[in-house]
Design a protein around this ligand. Structure first.
Ligand code: NDP
Length: 282
């Protein structure tokens, strides 16, 4: 007899039409022959208690919480990983054997895996990060926990950057400083790794961060969190100056692959996931 039973994973947050993770995770389940479904939901903060209760009652195997719920979901969890706790935000829930909902943050871990795949060891490196929002927090905390030498955080608002600098300096062995982003910013020539962790350049925008392009050198590794388009004008500019580059699509696939492994216990089919997103983003 045919079984119609499916294991369920859900995502809550950004408008369904803008959320690419369903296509990526469904492609992964299919590639592995798993009877799993990844369902996308929309809802505001007031809907979260009901959505979480529904997912728990239906024995969901896990979930993603995207903008704007990455902080609000903390109130609905049974436990939280050490790095997600430092980051102060959760994008992934995994379910423990006892049914406990455990909060994780795979955004920064995905970035670290993309770096490792490119053969980059961050220990002792000098890193400049543009932006101090959610993606930057996740990346800076993981970089600091992995032993980055010094992290310079460039941001317009001090209100977002200063608490992040304090987390790195107070809770890790790494050092961070805040540089206010006023006008065109020159990148410190001692920078080994430069990361655009702002939302600048996300489709349909073709903008790039306001930096002095002449301060990018061939010694730098230049990374972008923007997954769509993968080859942003920022990365194109950096390559034009001889720098190595790393795109945000690789990070997105890795964060999804880490979540997939947490949910299913299996290694993720990253090529199938990458292909599904590459097809989507054109
Ligand atoms: P947030 O809204 O939390 O933060 C946005 C950041 O960008 C802030 O630091 C903001 O500065 C800065 N910023 C925005 N516009 C400008 C501008 N014109 N000039 C200077 N700074 C600017 O967003 P997230 O951190 O959650 O997401 C950022 C991007 O990361 C998104 O595009 C998202 O798609 C991407 N992302 C990619 C992931 C991946 O796996 N590849 C994972 C997670 C996110 P200020 O504080 O001064 O306003």
């Amino acid at each position: 007899m045919t079984s119609f039973k499916h294991e369920l994973v859900g995502a809550v947050g950004m408008p369904i039409a803008e959320n690419p993770t369903g296509i990526m995770q469904e492609a992964a389940f299919q590639a592995c022959g798993l009877q799993w479904r990844y369902l996308l939901f929309e809802g505001g903060e007031a809907d979260l208690p009901g959505i979480v209760a529904g997912m728990r009652a239906m024995r969901f195997k896990g979930a993603n919480f995207t903008i704007p719920h990455k902080v609000a979901i903390l109130a609905h969890l049974d436990d939280i990983s050490a790095s997600a706790s430092l980051i102060g935000a959760v994008n992934t829930v995994r379910v423990g054997e006892d049914g406990a909902w455990i909060g994780e943050n795979t955004d920064g871990q995905g970035f670290m895996q993309a770096l490792a795949e490119a053969g980059v060891d961050v220990a002792g490196k000098r890193i400049t990060v543009l932006g101090a929002g959610g993606a930057s927090r996740a990346i800076c905390v993981e970089l600091a926990l992995a032993g980055a030498g010094a992290i310079t955080i460039v941001n317009r608002s001090a209100a977002r950057a200063e608490p992040l600098v304090a987390i790195v300096n107070d809770k890790t062995d790494s050092r961070a400083e805040f540089v206010p982003w006023q006008g065109t910013i020159a990148i410190d020539p001692s920078t080994d790794i430069l990361v655009n962790a702002t939302s600048i350049g996300l489709f349909p925008s073709t903008e790039k961060p306001d930096i002095d392009d002449d301060t990018i050198s061939a010694d730098m590794l230049v990374c972008d969190v923007i997954p769509n388009p993968p080859d942003t004008p920022f990365l194109q500019m950096a390559r034009g100056r001889g720098a190595r580059t790393l795109d945000g699509l690789g990070m997105l696939v890795w964060q999804g692959a880490i979540a997939f492994r947490m949910w299913t216990g299996q290694d993720a089919p990253r090529e199938a996931m990458h292909q599904a997103l590459a097809d989507l983003f054109g």
